[in-house]
Design a protein around this ligand. Structure first.
Ligand SMILES: [Zn+2]
Length: 75
């Protein structure tokens, strides 16, 4: 939960400072707003869903493929 809050704050700060490409290519900066860019599954090619909990990730509803977004990988 704290991780999520922290992440949102990071985005907010980045937006204020007008920093480009915080999270690689998954976001598009458009008119000062950060938009999520839908990602296609690399396994079956269908549109993936973006989830913030418990970790920020892309998940495919068809084949179950999940791709974690940077910074979420912990061991
Ligand atoms: Zn898939």
């Amino acid at each position: 939960m704290q991780e999520l809050k922290k992440r949102k704050e990071e985005v907010k700060v980045a937006k204020e400072q007008k920093v480009k490409a915080i999270v690689r290519t998954y976001y598009i900066i458009e008119g000062g707003k950060i938009k999520l860019k839908n990602k296609k599954c690399s396994k079956c090619g269908s549109i993936m869903a973006h989830h913030m909990k418990p970790y920020e990730r892309w998940a495919c509803g068809k084949c179950g493929y999940t791709e974690f977004i940077g910074g979420s990988k912990k061991r």
